[in-house]
Design a protein around this ligand. Structure first.
Ligand code: ZN
Length: 335
């Protein structure tokens, strides 16, 4: 029944009833030991990926499972050379495909068939079968702003957004098709909901840039991706939550840099909220009392899905994630 509870939390159906979960990675070294699914294999082997993601429900007690731990799957399919990480290190990529934003990127016609897209698609299929109604399956894709960083390099892309805004817009129009195709393939594979990550955080993207470059794009993605969309943006987003609330995404996964009460008041009634629990002060180093107090604060502010703000640090203790799930369940109408 967790799946139903999670989906109701995203659509804010019925009375407030908090779910527990995450749109981003819950992979930790301890969970890897527990499941025997380690990086890099858990990023490149569908069975291992499903095993580690499934532990989010079976070990931690979360109401959803999400198998795309890094940020690089679709970028690898476009041609970026990705290092898939190790037990103690998240996947990374130092290589970008193009130097100039004006250079046209070619989207390979078979990019969905490439290994780095096929692995998570197969993992989603396995998770769907394995968890059925016991957990919602959340897929993950990146928006064209993040894909722009990956393809052109962060610095090149940001400079171009100031000097050649039309080229940036053109590149984003091209890259949006990658986001939509990968998302819809994940839905076909069994994803109930999709996390849309777009790293347009305040230090890299001003509120005006969000309004001018991204709001419409996120609006379009909410329309074209046929399941409830969870937008994830790290950092302080308080200057753009009101724009996000107008995009039509179902839910916003927010960072603890936005105070919980501020996030709720800016989001209004229509936008569901998820996350907001600090990975460093609460998940990684918090005492049981601190975690309980954080959950209560989230409940008091009607945060719909309670969970970590972003990818859980690899060295976070599993016990703290379990406490977070247990505390959330205390506030449920049906236990
Ligand atoms: Zn994040």
């Amino acid at each position: 029944m967790s799946k139903k509870l999670f989906m109701n939390a995203l659509s804010q159906a019925g009375e407030y009833n908090p779910a527990c979960g995450s749109a981003t990675s819950i992979a930790t070294m301890e969970l890897m030991d527990k499941t025997g699914a380690f990086f890099p294999e858990a990023n490149i082997d569908a069975e291992k990926m499903a095993l580690l993601a499934g532990a989010g429900c079976s070990e931690l007690g979360f109401d959803n499972v999400m198998p795309l731990f890094g940020v690089w799957h679709e970028s690898a399919a476009l041609g970026c050379r990705v290092d898939w990480g190790e037990k103690h290190r998240m996947p990374d990529c130092q290589h970008h495909l193009c130097e100039n934003v004006g250079d046209e990127i070619k989207i390979p016609h078979d990019f969905l068939m490439r290994e780095s897209c096929q692995t998570p698609l197969k993992a989603i299929k396995i998770l769907k079968k394995r968890f059925d109604r016991d957990a919602a399956v959340t897929g993950k894709v990146f928006g064209p702003w993040t894909l722009g960083y990956h393809v052109y390099g962060v610095e090149n892309f940001l400079i171009a957004s100031l000097l050649e805004p039309d080229e940036v817009k053109k590149a984003m129009r091209k890259l949006i098709e990658v986001t939509v195709a990968f998302a819809n393939a994940q839905i076909d594979a069994g994803a109930d909901t999709i996390c849309l990550g777009d790293h347009c955080t305040r230090d890299l993207c001003s509120p005006d840039t969000y309004r001018d470059f991204l709001k419409e794009i996120h609006q379009e993605l909410a329309e074209r991706i046929k399941c409830p969309l969870i937008l994830h943006i790290c950092g302080d987003t308080s200057d753009r939550i009101r724009y996000i609330a107008e995009t039509g995404v179902a839910c916003f996964h927010f960072d603890s840099k936005v105070p919980t009460a501020t996030a709720r008041s800016l989001a209004g009634d229509k936008l569901a909220l998820m996350g907001g629990t600090s990975n460093y002060d609460v998940i990684r180093t918090g005492s049981p009392e601190k975690i309980a107090a954080d959950v209560l604060e989230k409940v008091n502010n009607k945060i719909n899905v309670i969970g970590p703000e972003c990818a859980v640090p690899l060295d976070a203790p599993m016990e703290n994630l379990k406490i977070l799930a247990r505390e959330t369940k205390k506030y449920r109408r049906e236990k």
